[in-house]
Design a protein around this ligand. Structure first.
Ligand code: AMP
Length: 192
């Protein structure tokens, strides 16, 4: 298989206790990524929203790479059907591979792991370590409290870049996919 030209890293919840509405949003995101020709990189599990977005992307014909540490293969029920499953020794290796293989980042609702991954990428973007687009799919206002916290940091002069330059919050799957597709440089792999 040819190497895909554009690859998006998806961060989202690994919990199975989330609403059907969020699963539907994740499924729509996965289908939409496939339709628009994106390859996907994610944490490799079959659980939670991670599983929903990956299964939908695969069903739509996308190249899906899962990256999962050995220790989490059972806990997150590694998805056997992915196009490529990379097993790592550590969490750090997982993050590094996901980073290296991605041209953009799409964040769906998630818990502490998702938040940690999102904030790391935003922090590195703020410091100029990368300029790849970060798109937050915020369909039901899930991420509104985080956006409010960012606005508060901006008010107090604690952000080092305008808030709007750090990420794009999209109110729907279509808007998120448009933001990813419209993002400057999405066809080029920036130096990092
Ligand atoms: P959560 O949002 O807590 O359900 O976690 C979503 C995904 O993030 C899961 O696959 C976690 O294993 C993963 N995750 C949690 N912490 C980290 C981390 N420090 N680095 C990379 N992935 C992580």
């Amino acid at each position: 298989m040819n190497a895909p030209s554009r690859s998006v890293c998806v961060y989202c919840s690994s919990s199975d206790n989330v609403s059907e509405a969020l699963h539907a949003m994740a499924t729509a995101a996965g289908s939409g990524l496939a339709e628009r020709g994106w390859a996907m990189v994610y944490g490799g599990g079959s659980v939670g929203l991670m599983g929903s977005v990956a299964r939908a992307a695969l069903a739509g014909g996308a190249h899906v790479t899962g990256v999962i540490p050995d220790k989490l293969v059972d806990r997150e029920l590694a998805l056997d059907d992915v196009t490529e499953l990379i097993r790592t020794r550590t969490m750090r290796e997982r993050k590094q591979i996901m980073d290296e293989r991605s041209d953009a980042f799409l964040i769906l609702p998630g818990g502490i792991g998702t938040l940690e991954e999102l904030i790391e990428m935003v922090s590195l973007r703020q410091l100029g370590y990368h300029d790849r687009p970060i798109v937050i799919l915020d369909g039901d206002g899930f991420w509104a409290p985080l956006q409010a916290q960012m606005a508060r940091m901006a008010e107090h002069g604690m952000l080092h870049a305008p808030m709007g330059s750090l990420w794009t919050a999209a109110p729907s799957v279509d808007a998120a996919l448009a933001a990813l597709n419209g993002a400057a440089g999405a066809d080029e792999r920036p130096d990092r």
